[in-house]
Structures are given as C-alpha cells and as structure tokens.
Ligand binder design. Structure first.
Ligand code: F6P
Length: 373
C-alpha cells in the first residue's frame, strides 16, 4: 500500500464520483464495475458517489452513495444504473431558467460531496465539459463512451462493438428478404456525424453499398452500382447508409446554405434514407425498402469485446486515481490503455479517413461508396 493511501486514510476515506453522461450505450455499467472493482481492490474503504442523470445531477445536487453490491451483476447489463441526460456543452456557461450558474453549481456540489475526483463516462460533448471542470480545478478522469466511436485520441470507444453487432444482425436479417423479393434495401445506421458503425457493420454483413458522412456520395454512381448488380443477375442490393450520409452536392455547400437545405429536406423526408430511396427509385425503377434500427443499436448487453475493453479501461482509470493523475481521458491505443490529456481531445472528432486502409480494402471487395474511384 502506498504512503499516499496511509496518509490519507488517517484523515478520511477516498471519495470518488461516477457520472454517466449523454446517450447511453451497452457497456456503461461494465465500465463502472471495472473502475469500482479495481478501486475496492486497491482500498476496500473507497467511497463511491453515484451522480444521478449525468451533469444534471451534478448541477442540481442529485447523487447517491454506492455500495460494492451495486456493482455486482452489472457486467452484462445495458444502459446505466445512474441514469443519463444530455446537457450540451455550449449551454454550460449559460445560466439556467432560474439564473443558476451551472459551472459554479457543479463545483459547489463536488466540494460539498467532498469528492477527491470525478470519473466521467461520456462522449465528445461530455468530455468537453469534463475538460472544462478539470480546467476549473476539479480532479477529473474521462472514460470514452459512445456507440459512434468518434472520440479523438482513442482507437476504440466502449459501446461501439456492441452497436456494430446489432447493426450487423439487422442487415443479416434483411439479406434473405431482400433476395426473395428482389428489392433494394437501405438500412440507416446511427453514428451521428461519423460513419464508423456503418462502415464496420456494412463490411461485416456484406453490404453492396456503404454511404458515409466522410465520403460524400454521387447518387448517379449509386444508381449505376445497383444497375450493374441487376445486369449481373443480382436482383437485390443491400445498402448500409449512415444517418449522417451526405451527397456531394450538399457537401459542397457552405455551413449556412447546408443548414437551410437540410431543413428543406426534413420537410419532405423523415431522414436521409428516405431521400436516397426516392432519388434511387427515380433512377433505377427498382422497388425500395427502408429499415432503421435506431436506438436498438444502443440497447441490450455489451458484446464480449466491449466487456473486455470496459473492464480494462475501468481498471486503468482506477490506477490513475491511485496515482493521483487527473485531467486525462483513459484511451485505448494499439491494444494498450494510455492516458491522453482531456485538453488534447476536447472538441475534436475522430472521422474515418476516406483514403484510409479500411476504406481501400472495402473498395477492393467491390463495395460501392457512391464515388467514381
Ligand atoms: O451518440 C450516440 C447516438 O446514438 C448517435 O448515434 C445518435 O445520432 C444520437 O445518439 C441519438 O441521440 P438521442 O438518443 O438523443 O436521440
């Protein structure tokens, strides 16, 4: 046992806050369990305070004392036992409807609850707030949560592999019915502004077309890919389309014009899949169907891969706490767990490289990305 612990123990036990923020995912509980188990191994007297409903709980003072038994049996449980909420980073510096200074309120509660540190399990926006709190002098550690896999500084986020599995299963199910009826199917996949889930699930399920936000598509090229399959005697086509997929015309617009265009499109089409379906029907005459698995991609148990990285990330977060190293995101890089400064990752998105290896390999398999090359 380190001198640090014995010295602190004389005064009081270590108090660690856990907070889950933003859209949930399958491995939040698995990750909290990992941190808790490693902390209790290190010092069984560690006190864990669960902040309820994300940053909302930290602002408005909602928390509960956790017991070791709270972390038993949750490795396979989806969602979050603490609850979550979306509290946009850009609104953190704006007082609430009653004039409450949110940042001050979060700091006040941190000190009132006598926390030695706060562990934030969250995606991009949540890590920006984590960085803000760290710069405000709190001891903060971030853990990379999101099905989207778009957090800068980490190869992998927990939740991603589970979402890929669900999206892959959906496309697998669609394959037979698409073939029976000779239809074109568009499966619209979550991922916000990036296409990681779509790319991986598309490859895993043998999709014929993959459309991603990072690779603006040419609708005529997509139509050609469908017609080519028809000529080859394949009367059906499976398209994995990211919810953020964008046409080359739209991608060329300025920010303001694009916003206007998307607002106009939204009046006609419920989502991008409907727009693409309408345009392809016109060009190919083929029968089109749309499937949107939506939030099912965030539900259920984490897959084994996620359970492993969650447990490892959790244990590594506990190690940082033991060493009093704060202000870091616990990241996963090249199969190693490494701390990356929150200040380095805050506000940066991890996009797919359109010319990267995985895209090249997918193209080599004959998958169309809706581009001429
Ligand atoms: O960030 C995770 C995510 O599931 C995105 O893929 C999706 O765009 C968004 O959250 C949906 O958000 P909400 O749950 O607030 O509808």
């Amino acid at each position: 046992m380190s001198g640090k612990i014995s010295k602190r123990r004389k005064e009081r036990n270590m108090r660690v806050g856990f907070l889950t923020s933003g859209g949930d995912c399958q491995a939040l509980n698995a990750t909290m369990r990992g941190v808790a188990k490693a902390l209790y191994e290190w010092d069984p007297k560690t006190e864990i305070i669960g902040v309820l409903d994300g940053y909302k709980g930290l602002i408005y003072g909602h928390c509960r004392e956790m017991k070791p038994s709270d972390f038993s049996g949750i490795l396979t449980k989806g969602g979050t036992i603490l609850g979550s909420s979306r509290m946009p980073f850009k609104e953190m510096r704006t007082p609430d409807e009653n004039g409450l200074d949110k940042v001050k309120a979060m700091k006040d509660n941190y000190y009132k609850w006598k926390l030695d540190c706060l562990v934030v399990l969250g995606g991009n926006g949540s890590q920006k707030t984590a960085n803000l709190l760290s710069q405000e002098g709190l001891n903060v550690i971030g853990l990379p949560k999101t099905i989207d896999n778009d957090i800068w500084g980490t190869d992998m986020t927990f939740g991603f592999q589970s979402a890929v599995d669900i999206a892959t299963n959906v496309i697998d199910q669609i394959h037979t019915t698409a073939a029976s009826h000779g239809r074109v199917f568009i499966i619209e996949i979550m991922g916000h502004r990036v296409g990681w889930i779509t790319l991986h699930a598309g490859i895993a399920s043998g999709a014929d077309v993959i459309l991603l936000p990072e690779i603006p598509y040419d609708i005529d090229v997509v139509a050609k890919a469908i017609k080519k399959r028809e000529k080859e005697g394949k009367n059906f086509t499976i398209m994995a389309v990211a919810e953020g997929a964008i046409s080359k015309e739209d991608a060329a617009l300025g920010k303001k014009e694009l916003k206007k265009k998307q607002a106009e499109d939204a009046k006609i089409y419920p989502s991008v899949a409907y727009k693409i379906a309408a345009e392809l029907k016109e060009r190919t005459g083929q029968e089109m169907r749309i499937t949107i698995p939506g939030h099912t991609q965030r539900g259920g148990s984490p897959v084994a891969y996620d359970r492993v990285i969650s447990s490892r990330l959790g244990a590594a977060a506990a190690r940082l706490i033991e060493e009093s190293k704060y202000g870091f995101l616990v990241a996963f890089k090249g199969n190693e767990i490494v701390p990356v400064p929150l200040a380095e990752i805050a506000g940066r998105l991890k996009y797919i490289d359109p010319h990267g290896s995985i895209v090249k390999e997918a193209k080599a398999l004959g998958i169309s990305f809706g581009t001429k090359d």
